[in-house]
Design a protein around this ligand. Structure first.
Ligand code: GLU
Ligand code: ZN
Length: 298
């Protein structure tokens, strides 16, 4: 068994309880799980419950139940981001006191003309933290990394992103800050996740650099594209995963990841499919993109 190979690999799955798991989340979770277990690595679970108002009641329990019925076994206790506010506050205050982050009082309406790229209006105004969003100053630099599936990815932080929010005006910490601190704190070596987060990675690389954290390896699962080749909107969601569909959906997720499960697996149990996936995991087979039809989202 691969589990006896000593490995320094630590992977994770980090769902947000704003909704239930769907086929896209299954593909990401499965890729992350198989990639870790294939080398005898650890696989951790972190609930990204940063935004209580957007949390779907019952979603946390439903996510855990779905993971169990689809055969995922995480190591150790699940981490909750809601327990980590002190750690986020400490780093945020440090960045603020060093002048690397600043308070922004711009209204949504004021920012409308800039199409999501913050033009730095409050950069040098010295606002106090109270009742303001906190933004991280970004350098006028391009950040690049080589994704294990998507290849080289580049983004110019100044031109394409702008100074970004690390704590919202309502006091909630932003995903970008929390994810970087928690991945480092949990010792994550390999991030395998949905392709919708590819364009968040350069912001995370910048935060890692600023905080002197080790950069993990990245693998973003296939981008799901429309028939014309365009990326699917983030709002696109397939229905929640149902427990009775676990074996066929696991097989479908394996195929979406380019793996080639033998036909004997058609009547296999969840445990058998997962074991096959671990034994045969081959990153080189993962396609960069997948059409909606291939992904069989609906
Ligand atoms: N919580 C994020 C999501 O559900 C994933 C974070 C990550 O994997 O970096 O989209
Ligand atoms: Zn502002």
């Amino acid at each position: 068994m691969t589990a006896s190979i000593p490995s320094s690999y630590i992977g994770r799955f980090a769902p947000t309880p704003s909704g239930y798991l769907h086929f896209g989340s299954l593909v990401a979770a499965l890729a992350s799980y198989l990639d870790a277990r294939a080398v005898g690595g650890r696989w951790l679970l972190r609930m990204e419950d940063l935004d209580p108002p957007r949390e779907e009641p019952g979603a946390q329990t439903a996510i855990l139940k779905a993971l169990e019925s689809y055969g995922f076994e995480w190591d150790g206790e699940m981490i909750l981001q809601s327990d980590r506010h002190d750690a986020y506050a400490e780093v945020l205050n440090r960045l603020f006191n060093q002048g690397l982050a600043y308070a922004c009082t711009c209204s949504r309406k004021q920012l409308e003309p800039y199409h999501g790229i913050y033009p730095g209006l409050c950069r040098n105004l010295g606002h106090a933290q109270a009742d303001a969003a906190i933004r991280l100053r970004v350098p006028e630099l391009e950040y690049r990394f080589v994704d294990r599936v998507q290849g080289e990815y580049r983004q110019h932080l100044g031109r394409e992103v702008g100074d970004f929010v690390i704590r919202r005006r309502d006091g909630l910490y932003a995903y970008q800050l929390a994810v970087v601190l928690d991945d480092a704190w949990q010792g994550i070596t390999d991030i395998v996740r949905g392709a919708d987060l590819l364009d968040s990675t350069p912001r995370q690389l910048y935060l890692q650099e600023l905080l002197g954290l080790t950069q993990p390896r990245y693998l973003h699962v296939p981008l799901i594209t429309q028939p014309d080749g365009h990326k699917l909107g983030k709002s696109y969601r397939s229905p929640p995963l149902t427990e009775d569909q676990a074996p066929p959906l696991l097989l479908r997720a394996l195929r979406a990841l380019g793996q080639e499960p033998a036909t004997e697996l058609n009547d296999a149990s969840v445990a058998e499919i997962i074991a096959w996936g671990i034994a045969h995991w081959d990153v080189a087979l993962i396609p960069r993109t997948l059409s909606v039809a291939e992904a069989q989202l609906s």
